[in-house]
Design a protein around this ligand. Structure first.
Ligand code: MG
Length: 369
């Protein structure tokens, strides 16, 4: 495929409800969209890096800078001739910056697949036409407020609830939710907020029948997670720690987790995400698709990933209205019987709502070879 140009666009997206985790509170997303302009048509990617470098070392201004100064020149190095499968190799000598690389790769992949009239989920090898939807609930102001949120999402049809936890907001909110909603699939996400010294305290979560506890310890502490796994009955799922298929295999081999949350941005793109999925399947470990508060553009790709056969748990692939008053796609994702349809059209399978995008645009630049 011949690339003519890459457009880098920043959009400001206010969330319908501020989202609080152990990393802080987000009231809006500052999103970097990458658009690949090619002879075969345009493709879109979304960078999931946050405003601040807290979930990972990457942040949106940094991703924007590295894409402009270091990734795009490498894409254009062969005269703009590139395939999606060749993007990772073209960018390999740039260390790290996985979220930036993933956004670039997705834009090229979307353009390429649209040119071939092939939907992303088919390209990845997925066959499901809809995926079960879970919802992730941030740290609430009070327990009654949390119960109101859980009740509302269950009434909408969400099939599993994930609660963000941190020291001081763990046993009591989980106990209250479990007491009010005895049989719902429930899991928690600590976003690295605990240490090995908290093992005894975290073991007290075992009585609530949680599906899993996600990333209780630091992202580099695989041995700590393996030790914790020997103490807790609740299965341990890793998110921040897993940055590639090889790190997934290593974590599983060490006994650090028995479930993996896949986020394409965190592992450098959807092709590597597919490899994470495959290595986990080969090792008998179920996976699910996480979320990074994406707009409909990134979420469309997540739904394609979530349709893969080893995504055996509901993901954070919620409907558009859980995040945005107005999404950036012409047909927002809706919940239907607790599920969301996997986009069926070529590439991402969604049409970008350019009027919505322009309304939210803060800056836009086009870079040519
Ligand atoms: Mg997580």
């Amino acid at each position: 495929m011949k690339l003519h140009a890459i457009e880098l666009r920043r959009v400001q997206m206010p969330l319908v409800r501020p989202f609080r985790t152990s990393y802080g509170v987000e009231a809006a997303r500052d999103v970097l969209l990458v658009r690949a302009l090619s002879a075969d048509g345009d493709g879109w990617g979304e960078c999931v890096a946050g405003t601040e470098p807290r979930f990972s070392a990457e942040y949106v201004d940094g991703a924007h800078a590295v894409i402009r100064a270091h990734l795009i020149p490498r894409l254009f190095a062969a005269g703009g001739e590139i395939t999606a499968a060749g993007v990772a190799a073209a960018l390999r000598d740039v260390s790290g910056h996985r979220m930036a690389k993933a956004a670039v790769e997705l834009a090229v992949l979307d353009a390429e697949l649209r040119g071939h009239e092939l939907p992303l989920h088919r390209y990845l090898g997925a066959e499901q036409t809809r995926v079960p939807a879970g919802v992730s609930i941030g740290i609430a102001a009070t327990i009654p407020d949390l119960l109101t949120q859980v009740d509302g999402y269950l009434a909408e049809g969400y099939l599993r609830i994930k609660l963000k936890i941190q020291p001081g907001w763990d046993l009591e909110p989980v106990r209250a939710v479990r007491k009010a909603f005895a049989s719902i699939p429930l899991q928690v996400d600590a976003n690295t907020a605990y240490t090995r010294a908290d093992a005894g305290w975290l073991a007290r979560l075992d009585e609530f029948g949680l599906s899993l506890i996600e990333q209780p310890l630091g992202r580099d502490d695989l041995t700590g997670h393996a030790a914790l796994a020997r103490i807790l009955r609740t299965p341990i799922c890793l998110d921040e720690s897993i940055v590639s298929a090889s790190s997934a295999a290593q974590a599983i081999g060490m006994g650090a987790c028995t479930v993996v949350n896949i986020k394409a941005g965190r592992v450098g793109g959807y092709l590597e995400a597919r490899r994470v999925h495959d290595v986990c399947a080969a090792l008998g470990v179920p996976v699910w698709c996480g979320g990074m508060l994406e707009t409909g553009i990134g979420r469309a790709a997540n739904l394609a990933l979530a349709a893969l056969p080893n995504c055996r748990l509901p993901g954070d692939t919620s409907a558009s209205d859980r995040y945005w008053a107005r999404d950036l796609i012409t047909e927002p994702f809706r919940l239907d019987d607790g599920h969301i349809k996997v986009p069926a059209g070529p590439g991402l399978g969604v049409l970008v709502d350019m009027a919505a995008v322009r309304t939210r645009t803060i800056s836009v630049e086009e870079i040519r070879p």
